[in-house]
Structures are given as structure tokens and as C-alpha cells.
Ligand binder design. Sequence first.
Ligand code: SF4
Length: 346
Amino acid sequence: MSDMKKVKNSVRAQAKKPGEVGEAREHKSQEKEVKIKPKKKFQYLYGPVPSRRLGYSLGVDLLPFKTCTLNCIYCQLGPTRKKTIRRSSFFSEKQILEEIREFLKTGAKVDFITFSGSGEPTLNKSIGRLIRKIKKMTSLPVAVLTNSTLLTRPEVRKDLMAADVVVPSLDGVTQKVFEKVNRPHPSLKAEKITEGLIKFRQQFKGQIWLEVMLVKGVNDSAAHLKKLKQAIEKIHPDKTHLNTVVRPPAEKSAQPLSLDELNKIKEFLGEKTEVVASFRKKEQKKAPPEIAQAILDIVHRRPVTLEDLENSLGLTREELSLTLQHLLDSHQLKQIKHAGRLYFEP
Ligand code: SF4
């Protein structure tokens, strides 16, 4: 599971209490009533989200909340509500495209348009048409984050052909490990998924960045890693990204590997492998400059609420609160009140 999936997950998993951080400490001298044009709310879009791999990425979410072919033990959305392998349109293509058109008119800085969100995007059978239509609307590259399970189907592989980057997941290459880590729909077979990825690589001309989510004691044994390496050698991704459970998982038993352990596995898997796990929780205690900079980048474009920041950065309010407090205390940010809501601005 990749960065972009986590972004929306963390936001949706939080109960919303508007203004909580801003109201925790009083900054009355910095408050004033001003007229602000309210941010346009999109139903199918989120972000732009700064992502290590995709730069500023506009997320497109094509699914009802937590509709997926899997129910991964590390999923940050909690348990899968609808586990299915049946593809459907779910929402109006026209409305999704209209939102993207509206967003593009704003001129906001975006490096990628990314299909991700609250489930498995290839379950939406309009994804192929949507990608092709977006490519006609803009020169921005399109990425798709997928759990790979439907790449066994020729029509799904065909749907992704117009994308520029596909980030497929592969966590378990034996049926036993696959079932333990991903808790799949009963019809899904690990061996067939690897075969689907091999076929997709043969057909797809864009970049494939394979993501492996490693869970302590579940899919990190020497025997499984050996089989994983053999599978990766057959798939030939452009890159392999190693991740681990750095955000709250669906099951408390899903524990992360250490950075040292990930680095050893990276060496074992070979030169095209990178560690992408961010270990954000540890860094956050120190109010890392990259979070502060990301917040400042956003507020310099427009005033934002705490909820906007959660959506844009894919961080929880708890993760944001220390940095926001630091920025308020150092007068790099101030708060203003508009229509009963608190906004941050430079
Ligand atoms: S693939 Fe796994 S991590 Fe991703 S949404 Fe589905 S259950 Fe969650």
C-alpha cells in the first residue's frame, strides 16, 4: 500500500472537530474577521498532497469508502466494509471529470493526478476511460495505485495502459502469506496475481514501481523474502519500494520492521529497491522542518482550516498539532476567524 492510499486513510479515520488545534491555545491578538472565498469542496478529489514519490499529487477517489478486494491487516482505513471482486461504475464519470476540469482551472501546483483513495481503484470499471479522458484534458502525468489483485484480468491491464506510472502492491507471494497479510476475497490466488503482474509488465510501457508492505513476523521471513525476490525478478518493475506499518493499522498485531531491518532487506532484494517508509511518528515529535515547510507552502497559496491541512498533507491533527503550535508561536502563521471557522494564514 502506498503513500497516496495512506493519505486519505488517515484523514477519514479521524473524527473531525473543526478548529481543535487552533482553539487549544488562545492567539486572540492574531485573530481577525476577514472575508475569505470558501475553498471549493470536491467530492472525488483530495489534495494536492505532497508525496515523496509523486511530488504534489492530486488524489482521485473512485470508490465508496473501503470497497476493496482485500482486507489488509495493516490497512489504515480499518476493516474492509465491502470485500468484492465485482467491478462497477460507482459514480458518474461526467461528475468526476467535471471536478478535475474545475480543479485544473484553479492553476494549483500539481505534479501528478493519482487514482487512489478509499479502496482498490481498479474495482471502478470506468478507470480506463477516465485515465484516457484526463490525458486529453491535461499534460499532467497520471499515476494509479493498485493492490494488483485484478491485474489477472486482461480488461483491467488494458484499462491502465494510458497511465504514466502504476504503483502495484505485492506483499505475499505464497497463498499462506497472502492470506495472512492481505486477507483476500476467497477467489483470489497469490500465484495468479504474480502472473498478472508479469503480463502487465510485458504490456505496459510506463513506469512500474512495485510496493512491498512488510509486516513484522508476517511476511518478512527469510523463506518468504527469497520467494518474493524470485517473483520480483520475473516481474521486472522499474523500482521496488519497501514500506512498513508506520501508521495506525486495522489490526494492532500488525507491527513495523525497523529501518535497519528494511535496509537489510533492500540489500537482499537488489539495486532497484528503495526504502520508502517515512517513520513519521518519531520525526513528528521534533516538529520536522519538512512538515512545517509543507504547511507554509499550502498557506502561502490560500488560507486553510485544520481540516484542509489534514486533507492536503495526509496527516492527522495529532501529527500536525506540534508543528502548527510551533509556527504560531514563532509568528510564521496566524489564525483568523471567518464565518465561525478558524483559518491559518501567513
Ligand atoms: S488494498 Fe489493503 S491497504 Fe489498500 S485499501 Fe485495500 S485493504 Fe486497505
